[in-house]
Write a protein that binds this ligand. Sequence first.
Ligand SMILES: Cc1cc2nc3c(=O)[nH]c(=O)nc-3n(C[C@H](O)[C@H](O)[C@H](O)COP(=O)(O)OP(=O)(O)OC[C@H]3O[C@@H](n4cnc5c(N)ncnc54)[C@H](O)[C@@H]3O)c2cc1C
Ligand SMILES: NC(=O)c1ccc[n+]([C@@H]2O[C@H](COP(=O)([O-])OP(=O)(O)OC[C@H]3O[C@@H](n4cnc5c(N)ncnc54)[C@H](O)[C@@H]3O)[C@@H](O)[C@H]2O)c1
Length: 472
Amino acid sequence: MAERHFDAVIIGSGQGGNPFAKATAKHGWQTAVIERRYTGGTCVNDGCTPSKTVDASARTAYLARRGADFGVHTGNITIDLEKVYERKQAVLLPSRNNIAKALSTSENSALLMGQASFAEQQPGDGTYRIDVTLNDGGSETITASRVFLNTGERPHIPDNVEGLTSLPFLDSTAMLELKEVPERLLVLGAGYIALEFAQMYLRFGSKVTVIERGERIAQHEDDDIAQCLRDILIEDGLEILTCSAVSRASGSAGNITLDLVTDDGPIVLKGTHLLVAIGRVPNVEPLHLDRVGVKQNKSGHIEVNDRLETSAKNIWAMGDVKGGPAFTHISYDDFRVLRNNLLQGGNVSIKDRLLTYCMFTDPELARFGLNEADAKKQGREVRVASIPMKWMARALEMDESRGMMKALVDPETKQILGATILGVDGGEVAAQLQIAMMGGLPYTALREGIFAHPTKSEALNTLFTYFRDGKD
Ligand SMILES: Cc1cc2nc3c(=O)[nH]c(=O)nc-3n(C[C@H](O)[C@H](O)[C@H](O)COP(=O)(O)OP(=O)(O)OC[C@H]3O[C@@H](n4cnc5c(N)ncnc54)[C@H](O)[C@@H]3O)c2cc1C
Ligand SMILES: NC(=O)c1ccc[n+]([C@@H]2O[C@H](COP(=O)([O-])OP(=O)(O)OC[C@H]3O[C@@H](n4cnc5c(N)ncnc54)[C@H](O)[C@@H]3O)[C@@H](O)[C@H]2O)c1
């Protein structure tokens, strides 16, 4: 059979690739998406959607347990993880299926379910040959004028922890498939994945210990924010061990032992389950990037320039596989950059784009732009406004007043430079500040603005009344 030729081939049905495929097909390019597992990639199937759906169950359990504090009495709280799982599947499956339907039935669009590799023999005329090992058997070789790599990342499993790989440990994907609440969960790492899952399972009733080799949890955040989050999690019952490295893992399913080296000497920890959440590595190996001259950096991520071009002509990379901040909205923004440059005659880049994210602990930890640690590193003079969440009327009324708000402004221009909100609906409050920053509003406009009482936004009046330097 003659090799099918496409104007654009997107490898990986990720957060940038799917909308980009839709755009290229609409533009009239014959487009193929190759996906080896599930359409929608990590976010839809193993990441944001399922984890935040399961988290909604965990928060419901938390609020139900706190009912009596509000004068609402419920019975004994029990967790049906099978039902939690069903609910999660019911939320994610429509997304997965709708993406598959759109990719396979739209004009100029094809979906190939299988694993892609660059073929050993390349045409050498500026186009590329790609072998696809199809999931339902057989293979197909196609050619492409342009290739977009959107293959994402997978959990990093360390090879320097003796005994780990012979244990039945869990990663973030396996955590989302659990049908029974672990009695005693050990969590390796204290970043986004570790902390989100640790709190979720604490709320489902597990006893949970987080083991972090660094000096503190949430390492990307300012010290005061990380400390405040630590206090909240400890208050909830989480055990946190920092400066702790696992030297050996042993045992069997339901009976896991970790030998730790800590600043206070060796510790032995026992658990029924172990979650390994210590970062993620790029999905690149099956692609055979060497066959087409696509360069990788030291961590294995694909090297791109500010326009997402790789070292090979007519091959671009988008999303987590290119390294840097690994978030759905970043991959989606990569789509915007490629659409703008390749389909709309634009010339935009990923340089200096505003970084924003939200860690979905409860309370949420949301941040955009500069924090104090960044400002210090840059030697930049800033003013810092900060208040505890206890000063937000709405948070008090809801009895969800743990956390703090913090914003950095330029002393001369009064422009907002960044903010971190650790508090109830922190992601939404941070987004309001971010919009003010995007619109170039000085902080005084928020301090003097009239917001409905008692909304969470109203606390922005208060926030910009309390600068650390004591000045107005
Ligand atoms: C538990 C968890 C929670 C998360 N929560 C959030 C959150 O709340 N907010 C947020 O912004 N981000 C979150 N993230 C991160 C977010 O999921 C990723 O940043 C995002 O999905 C990256 O998308 P991507 O476009 O790079 O590719 P991905 O979504 O990772 O998709 C890549 C796809 O490529 C496929 N693939 C790989 N190699 C091949 C090949 N050779 N051939 C064919 N197909 C291939 C894979 O099967 C996969 O489907 C979370 C991640 C995890 C793990
Ligand atoms: N809400 C969100 O936006 C969200 C949620 C989940 C995941 N994500 C994305 O997924 C990425 C991966 O998340 P993650 O939590 O796996 O990684 P991470 O990089 O956020 O955190 C990893 C942590 O593990 C620690 N660590 C590394 N090796 C260790 C070891 N051997 N022993 C103990 N601790 C060790 C690191 O010091 C770090 O604190 C994130 O960077 C983020 O981009 C985002």
